[in-house]
Design a protein around this ligand. Sequence first.
Ligand SMILES: NC(=O)C1=CN([C@@H]2O[C@H](COP(=O)(O)OP(=O)(O)OC[C@H]3O[C@@H](n4cnc5c(N)ncnc54)[C@H](O)[C@@H]3O)[C@@H](O)[C@H]2O)C=CC1
Ligand SMILES: O=C(O)CCC(=O)C(=O)O
Length: 424
Amino acid sequence: MSKVIISSLYSSDVFTMACRQFDQAADAINLPESLRDRTKYPRRCVAFSLPIQRDDGSVTVFEGYRVQHNLSTGPSKGGIRFHQDVTLGEVAALSMWMSWKCSLMGIPYGGAKGGVIVNPDQLTAKELERLARRYMQELIPFIGPDVDVPAPDMGTNEQMMGWMMDTYSNHVGHIEPAIVTGKPIALGGSAGRREATGAGVAYLVKLYLEDLKIPLGETTVAIQGFGNVGSEAALALVAYGAKVIAISDWTGGIYNAKGIDIGKALQYIASEKVLTDFDGGDQITNDELLALECTVLIPAALPRVIKKDNADKVRCRILAEGANGPTTNLAERMLIKRGDVLIIPDVLCNAGGVTVSYFEWLQNRQNYYWDREEVMAKLFKILLRAKNAVEAQKAKFGFSRRLAAQTLGIQRVADAKASRGLFP
Ligand SMILES: NC(=O)C1=CN([C@@H]2O[C@H](COP(=O)(O)OP(=O)(O)OC[C@H]3O[C@@H](n4cnc5c(N)ncnc54)[C@H](O)[C@@H]3O)[C@@H](O)[C@H]2O)C=CC1
Ligand SMILES: O=C(O)CCC(=O)C(=O)O
């Protein structure tokens, strides 16, 4: 990718953070110099203007991106984020983490990510449909079921994937379900995809609680972000016997030491859209939530929320990264120095989503569908295998859990690039 674009990406804190993690991992595995930049930097970045008509007849031009980080190990794969704070640097960082995540899981995909600078809560359903379709329209020359396969991320959902699939299918003249994953089941979505990321987070939390010999019945959980990942993790952890004592969204949080009724909170969100005034407990801020005493803290919203200023205030035993990049590099060093917090790094912790996306793509391509039981059994097998590999790498080299996970992911991508050789 162009050096001018790469240097501009470095103005993003999140991109710089992902690059520093890469450099540390590359040093740790003695990655040859000739492979470093080639493995580290995105292969392609596309930026679009996205004009859409508003319901009042006016036109707004939104800005969107797609970054394809690595296509050496398969089609690139990753979600599309609709959020007002999206930047090209953030999307590039998220695409790098997708590469290491897919590689760590042993899934034959490279990494990608997309984003649009928009607050989806400020658009009507019709306006969102126009924006999702326009985004796909602009993306068509750069994607395909064997090239790059998008999915939902923050601010996007199954319905938007359905609109995007429809736009692509209309363009090629036949139904092409494998162009996106995380679709509605009626359009070829996979059983279990909606809950896959949160269920994967909960499953890994359960495994690590077992390692620490902490009973689920004595486990309290605080979750920042009550969207797809946060709410599904909450439901799965409650089903395992844990107590969710705090949840939040962008408007603030709710705390209840006796345990929050997650079903009631979901019903409230379905009608009111946000948690404001939900009467399931006392109101708290997002900062207060991150500092609550609890067994498990799950950031499931934005990057870089646990940072230098609040790392010392974190009072959990397990920090399970449902979000991508929620802990800054410095905050992680502070937590590791303290030694009392076990961090399940994002590329492992939230990998359930892309794993079931892979299953969805496989089912679309073979046109034969599995039931939820089969999907979940296959998912948990892959997550357990990845967790064991991370723990073995950690023990063998004395790495942090993130370094162990990232070195495994990065090594496989670099090996693939080395094996493919250089173009003459
Ligand atoms: N959806 C998926 O399958 C996957 C998502 N992730 C990551 O999980 C995180 C959440 O994604 P989703 O649940 O899909 O998004 P979502 O859009 O369904 O939910 C996001 C939640 O975060 C809240 N939020 C937004 N800004 C916030 C702020 N400033 N403070 C506190 N809360 C805030 C929203 O109100 C909402 O409750 C993101 O980091 C995403 O990259 C990771 C792997 C897969
Ligand atoms: O399901 C997918 O393809 C991607 C999910 C995603 O965006 C992520 O893991 O961060």
